[in-house]
Design a protein around this ligand. Sequence first.
Ligand code: AMP
Ligand code: ZN
Length: 151
Amino acid sequence: MAQKKGNGVIGSGSRQSDCIFCKIAEGSLPAYKVYEDSDVLAFLDIFPIHSGHVLVVPRRHCVDIFDIPENELQAVIVAAKKLAPAVMKAMNADGINIGMNNRQAAGQVVMHAHLHVIPRFRDDGLKTWPQRPYNNDAEKQHAMERIKAAL
Ligand code: AMP
Ligand code: ZN
């Protein structure tokens, strides 16, 4: 059902006329589709990290990990599970990243939930984001307790 969210974004189920992935899902915007079923569509990312970079999206509009119903997330991840070995084989890749950006601060640009299936190659020179050690055990304890309490 359509839901008005606090941030003004229309939530799960509503087809958004200005959403490019809704347009691809309804066929009014072209895409290089590689897979579809009743719940899910997968197509080439128009600006790939590497050739064969695929986006897996629910047909029904939903915004992100917070918004997507569990059954639709399940359909999307199951499709990614099918696509990962296919992309690996088709592109002669050495590995696959599965990624999801949620909200602008995390790099989400298209506000229709999607998984990236990205072929990777030995020595392709791409670095993941920088990591750091925890400053101390108190910082770890704090993070663990806050997350557990929020569940
Ligand atoms: P994100 O940053 O996770 O929101 O990623 C959105 C992705 O959608 C980017 O990698 C874009 O290159 C890709 N994209 C944007 N428009 C299109 C389009 N019309 N067809 C295919 N991919 C697109
Ligand atoms: Zn949409």
